[in-house]
Structure formats: structure tokens, C-alpha cells
Design a protein around this ligand. Structure first.
Ligand SMILES: [Zn+2]
Length: 92
């Protein structure tokens, strides 16, 4: 795991300041149906390579971020404030 994580608000910070909360999946519509919600809540892919995750800067600005990380090398490619949205390819 990368030892420094780029926060768009605080700059590069130690990974120990963050809490990782899993895949940054697009949220289904409220009426999407039971199976779609079951998949969203319980099913996760185990991809190798580029992946987007929700990270909380718990010991910093306390903002939620979407961090793009390579699951094989743990190299962090980018981060952005979650207020800018999640991308639909997050599950790819
Ligand atoms: Zn921060």
C-alpha cells in the first residue's frame, strides 16, 4: 500500500490518516429492484488493476474521497473529492 495518499484538500498525507470504505460503486436508483440492490450491497468484484474506492480522510479534513488505486501494485493514480461524483466504470 502506498505510504502517502494525495488528498485534494490537504496534499500528500500518510495512509494511516485515512479509512478505506471499499469500492466506489454508482448507487442504484431507489426503485432499481431487489436484485440490483442485493448486488450493490453484498457483491464485490475482485479486480486486478485500476480500481476506485471510497477513502475517508479521518485524521485530516474529514472529507470523503474517491481514490483510484492499482490493486496489484497499490500505486495510487488519482484522488478527488466525492462531491465530484463517482464514475460509472468504477466496477469495471
Ligand atoms: Zn484531506
Amino acid at each position: 500500500m502506498a505510504s502517502l495518499v494525495p488528498c485534494p484538500h490537504c496534499g500528500s498525507r500518510p495512509k494511516e490518516e485515512f479509512t478505506v470504505k471499499g469500492a466506489a460503486l454508482p448507487r442504484p436508483a431507489p426503485d432499481a429492484g431487489e436484485q440490483v440492490w442485493m448486488d450493490y450491497v453484498y457483491l464485490r468484484d475482485n479486480p486486478r488493476g485500476r480500481y476506485e474506492e471510497f477513502w475517508h480522510h479521518t485524521s485530516g479534513c474529514r472529507r470523503w474521497l474517491v481514490v483510484t488505486r492499482d490493486t496489484a501494485t497499490h500505486e495510487i493514480e488519482a484522488s478527488r473529492d466525492v462531491a465530484f461524483g463517482t464514475s460509472p466504470e468504477a466496477r469495471a
